[in-house]
Write a protein that binds this ligand. Sequence first.
Ligand code: CP
Length: 382
Amino acid sequence: MGLEGRSLVSVWDLTCGEIRGLLEQAGEFAAAGGGGLGAGRILATLFYEPSTRTRLSFESAMLRLGGQTLGFAEAASSSVAKGESIADTVRMVGAYSDIVVQRHPWEGAAKVAADAASVPVVNAGDGGHEHPTQTLTDLFALQRRHGRLGGLTVGLCGDLKYGRTVHSLAPVLARFGSRCVCIAPPELAMPERFMAEVEELSGQRPQETADLAAALPELDCLYMTRIQKERFPDKSAYERLKGSYVVDRALLDRAPEHLSILHPLPRVDEIAPEVDADPRAAYFEQAAGGVFVRMALIAALLGLVDWPDASEEREPAQIAREQRRRRPQADVGACDNLKCVTHHEPGLAPDYLIVSDDPPLLVCEYCEWEKRPLPLSLESEG
Ligand code: CP
């Protein structure tokens, strides 16, 4: 059965075997095309937030598979503008299509859609939470550049607080046996829940630094990210932090020859255009590969291809994560994150999960924001 009929909300929905299978299939589509596998199928794209690469590469992927597409590129042109909920929208669109791809500014919106839909739902980005198909695209680029997914040192640089792509990528790199170096100003550091997850997976806490130039010589890949202006509650903080990092030719003089430079794009000012001609710049080929990765994902979720090599067993890291996550006895109340879907979608209340005992860490099941302060019953005694 493989991946047929499943949704992709989080990178944790896939085993490493399934990810490898998707990347292999993407390579086959890149070499040989889609072969009309998707004829008669319809993909819907529901984009409540701007996008160039994700929406158009999903549409291109479906067209290259021989299928068709429908959807909207902004909420204002749909009945969402009249107040329709995420759940009702996806229930309707599921009746008009075979697979739904949704991007939404509210964190946890993808889980709401997947829970309500009768067809597979793909998370194309839910606020600052996750962007799992970008991670598949990133891994495809890493595999092509470095020939492997394990044993790499990857510098995640820029806005690690609000950047959803690094929230999805960091734990997957750890699952494949690669190491992250988190390069960010303290105000934009990687949230504790992701640091704790990577530490649990790899046995060591990722190195954290604000100094890109100092970290550069030890990297195999530099994964640059944009400072996420639209997610800052305080615009003066954005003004202070923008331009924190700029990769230019002078900086690259300190970089290894074998380095790859990735970026989910769009870039603003964090990679100077003069870098584009450097053989280490891999971000445009990374984005181009997203079409083949999304062809593979659509084909897998619609059951158009077999998965002989992908394990259907949950991997030990997934099982351990599920076993760690349990519901607290205490009543924890509303989610602290005002961008959590539970504050906007009718009929939802946050469910909290204990994800770590040491240090004690409690997260919202929808948006995964950490609860601060912890309820008294969860505070450590030390
Ligand atoms: N990488 C990415 O998500 O790009 P878009 O916002 O253009 O879709």
